[in-house]
Design a protein around this ligand. Structure first.
Ligand SMILES: NC(=O)c1ccc[n+]([C@@H]2O[C@H](COP(=O)([O-])OP(=O)(O)OC[C@H]3O[C@@H](n4cnc5c(N)ncnc54)[C@H](O)[C@@H]3O)[C@@H](O)[C@H]2O)c1
Length: 261
């Protein structure tokens, strides 16, 4: 298949929903062979089904990104299936467990889950991708999904701390890995009411879609609408592509101007 990612071997984590599904689908449209990795295998398989129905190439892998052995196996699966790895999109993130939870409302279990999934998952992904890229010896690309919560106070203190850490890991690894031709960047989305994320944090899709709720969320963004998974996918595709060949260590807001205000 021709396209911006023709014949590239790509992993997208959290590919069973929202940003991950939209990114996997766009990458496949651009010719990538995509490993759709998710803790929810039926959802990952549904993404694969949609990609194949559109003429693309994809395979589903079940992974819990907070477990190093499973992340290592995910990278091996991509190499086994498609011969190498070119791009890893570390996209999984879980929200603040209860809508509006203050710092002192977080239990140690809440804290451990946010840190192990949001930061641990990105750490394990970066580690095993970098090991693979160094073995291949011809560069490689990582894109991490952070959040505006890593740049300003938004979405909960502990959640924001994990996303700030993802951004610092992105910058530091970008410098460490630059001599090997490995690029590492991040996107920072603002509120996306229509992915599974808000529901997981306690705001269900039906409520988010109510005109008054949707309008209130849209009004937070200077460009006047909420961010979509497809907006994020386009930003990830740019950073993952050769068009961004001289771009590394950046945190790209996809936020309708939210943090510039
Ligand atoms: N939706 C928003 O408002 C928003 C805003 C800013 C940043 N983000 C970030 O965007 C990214 C994607 O969010 P989304 O809105 O598409 O969310 P989503 O809930 O729609 O999708 C997340 C996917 O990750 C999977 N997942 C969860 N835990 C996992 C684990 N331990 N291992 C493997 N897979 C796991 C889920 O099954 C799901 O398919 C996340 O990193 C999130 O923090 C979201």
């Amino acid at each position: 298949m021709s396209g911006l990612f023709a014949e590239k071997s790509v992993i997208v984590t959290g590919a069973g929903s929202g940003v991950g599904r939209a990114t996997a689908s766009r990458l496949a449209e651009e010719g990538a062979r995509v490993v759709c990795a998710d803790i929810a295998p039926a959802e990952a398989k549904e993404t694969v089904r949609r990609i194949e129905a559109a003429g693309g190439v994809a395979t589903a892998v079940e992974v819990d990104v907070s477990k190093e052995d499973q992340v290592e196996a995910m990278v091996s699966a991509a190499v086994q299936q498609y011969g190498r790895l070119d791009v890893l999109v570390n996209n999984v993130g879980v929200p603040t467990p209860r809508l509006g939870a203050l710092l002192e409302d977080h239990t140690v279990e809440d804290f451990d889950r946010l840190v192990s999934v949001n930061l641990g998952g990105v750490f394990f992904g970066c580690k095993h991708a970098v090991l693979r890229y160094k073995e291949q010896g011809d560069g490689g690309v990582i894109v991490n999904t952070a959040s505006v919560a890593g740049l300003v106070a938004w979405g909960g203190s502990v959640y924001g701390a994990t996303k700030g850490a993802v951004l610092q890991l992105t910058r530091a690894l970008a410098i460490e890995a630059a001599p090997y031709g490995i690029r590492v960047n991040a996107i920072c989305p603002a509120a996306m009411p229509l992915t599974g994320f808000m529901a997981a944090g306690g705001l269900d899709a039906e409520t988010s879609a109510r005109p008054e709720v949707a309008a209130k969320m849209a009004a937070q963004h200077p460009l006047g609408r909420s961010v979509t998974a497809e907006d994020c996918a386009e930003a990830i595709l740019y950073l993952a592509s050769d068009r961004a060949a001289n771009v590394t260590g950046v945190a790209l807001p996809v936020d309708g101007g939210y943090v510039a205000r």
